[in-house]
Design a protein around this ligand. Structure first.
Ligand code: XMP
Length: 509
């Protein structure tokens, strides 16, 4: 890419993509490279700055990842974060040791030294996100300590002469006050960034990359009609026109009329779209299963089976494309993080199902970046602004065993909730209905009823990694409640979910 470049050197930290994304949001192009990349290779790429990520190891562990010590002699500004700080200090002759009284985890009150260019314009006291067992006990020669906490006396270090900077806390997460300002200072005050990157450049770069990889070969994509797979399809179509075949597996777990809508949305595009109606197969496999992870795994496996059959029918197609985005990888336990839910598109299509290569052009992007890319690609707003819908579909919104009857009730209730909430001037980020699988007693006319409970969920979020429940008005909730109980046979009681994420997740399963 022609833009200025900041390299994020990866030492196994769970926030590496987040760091790269934050840098890009600050209009500076960034890429992730292995922590072991040699100084020579780095020099050849001519980055304006390097950021060393955190990581789970201790620098003294036999298998701890190290960096080429010569990277500190390139004259390129370096920012070490968490393990990156410890590694920088250790490599340059400082000392690292276990934190006295255990590590620091969570938001910690931190005192910053005001005369440090990294903290320019940042209040000298604030909360930072700490997550470390070890800490730097002695900075290398030439470094000055620039921050501290009660337990971590050296929480930041600077050697201005050599343009080396390090922080024990994580400026890339929202939980650190003014974290973005700290990164901005590093980029603009210390690395000389011009802010010459925007999503057009990413588009150009991704198109080039796909073109180079695919050439005139064929690509197969599992299209769900959601933002991610749609943007992925449009991107491949732009890069290699005529190469793409999309398979839309309708697993019978879609919302009301959704299958037809997806088909219609892509009907006038150049790409070849095959719709497979496989609802009966999925429901048969889900019969009697109520464990959420088992349901997800079954749906993932069945999805692979259907997809494989289609792919075999189409003959040999060398490339498989997927619209995997970064939060899918984190929440599915990618790298060192814990599995929260097995997200469908990551667990769904293994590489070894007969393809020569995998194309995942959105892998490093967050939802807002994917949407921006979709707009640039000329996708309609209705598609780009679409709320996320989980790969396993309504199966994770019908709690417990999934049956055709429960699905039918949920579809109708969901359509009403979406119609009413969708009329808001600024609708929430995501909203839908859930069928918790609990029946409750009611009365209609003089008759006793024993019907399903329907829960309404509406959340505000930007990254879908954390969320708050949306404060819908009582008038709106009353309208939804009244319509669902009057118009949907089998739905007897309506409740509103007021949980945030964490501790709840957006979906109920
Ligand atoms: P959770 O429930 O994990 O959801 O807080 C976060 C966001 O991800 C969506 N979601 C999924 N998306 N495959 C997907 O592509 C999945 O298996 C999946 N599960 C949840 C969810 O709707 C929310 O927007």
């Amino acid at each position: 890419m022609k833009n200025q470049l900041v390299l994020v050197l990866d030492f196994g930290g769970q926030y590496k993509e987040l760091i790269a994304s934050r840098v890009r949001q600050l209009s500076v192009y960034s890429e992730i490279k292995a922590g072991s990349t040699s100084a020579e290779e780095i020099k050849a790429l001519a980055p304006i700055g390097l950021i060393l990520t955190g990581g789970p190891k201790s620098v003294y562990a036999p298998d701890a990842p190290h960096c080429d010590p010569k990277i500190f002699e390139l004259g390129i500004p370096v920012l070490g974060i968490c393990y990156g700080m410890q590694l920088m200090s250790y490599t340059l002759g400082g000392k690292v040791g276990p934190s006295a009284g255990g590590g620091e985890y969570g938001r910690i009150r931190t005192r910053l030294t005001p005369d440090c260019p990294l903290f320019d314009g940042v209040p000298d006291k604030g909360m930072t996100l700490m997550s470390h067992g070890d800490r730097v006990t002695q900075l290398p020669e030439g470094f000055v300590c620039k921050a501290s906490t009660a337990r971590c006396k050296i929480a930041a270090g600077v050697c201005e002469e050599r343009k080396l900077y390090c922080v024990q806390f994580h400026p890339e997460v929202r939980h650190t006050d003014h974290g973005t300002d700290i990164l901005r200072n590093f980029l603009y005050k210390l690395c000389g960034a011009k802010g010459d990157y925007n999503i057009d450049d990413y588009l150009e770069w991704a198109v080039e990359n796909i073109r180079e990889k695919v050439g005139d070969k064929k690509v197969l994509l599992a299209l769900s009609g959601g933002v991610d797979s749609s943007v992925c399809a449009a991107l491949i179509e732009r890069a290699a026109p005529g190469s793409l075949t999309c398979v839309f597996v309708d697993h019978g777990l879609m919302r009301k009329n959704e299958g037809d809508q997806v088909e219609a949305a892509f009907a006038d595009r150049q790409l070849k779209l095959i719709r497979v109606n496989a609802g009966e197969r999925f429901l048969a496999k889900l019969k009697g299963v109520s464990d959420p992870e088992k349901k997800r795994k079954i749906i993932g496996a069945e999805f692979v089976a259907v997809f494989q059959e289609q792919s075999a029918k189409l003959g040999k197609i060398p490339y498989l494309a997927q619209g995997t985005i970064y939060p899918d990888i984190v929440e599915s336990g990618g790298g060192s993080t814990a599995t929260i839910k097995s997200h469908h598109n990551v667990g769904g299509l293994p590489k070894d199902i007969g393809f020569d290569g995998l194309i995942e052009p959105l892998r490093g992007l967050f939802k807002d970046e994917v949407r921006a890319l979709g707009r640039k690609l000329g996708l309609p707003d209705t598609l780009v602004e679409r709320q996320p819908f989980p790969g396993p579909g309504l199966a994770v919104r019908v709690l417990g065993e999934v049956t055709e009857e429960k699905l039918a009730i949920l579809r109708e209730a969901d359509a009403i909730a979406c119609e009413e909430i969708g009329k808001m001037k600024n609708p929430p980020s995501q909203y839908f209905a859930v069928l918790p699988g609990v029946r409750s007693v009611g009365v209609a006319g003089d008759e006793r009823r024993y019907d399903e409970v329907i829960a309404i969920r509406a959340v505000e979020t930007t990254d879908f990694m954390t969320a708050e429940y949306s404060p819908l008005s009582h008038a709106l909730l009353s309208r939804i409640s009244s319509r669902i109980s009057n118009e949907v046979p089998g739905a007897g009681r309506i409740v509103y979910d007021i949980s945030g994420k964490p501790p709840a997740t957006v979906e109920w399963e």
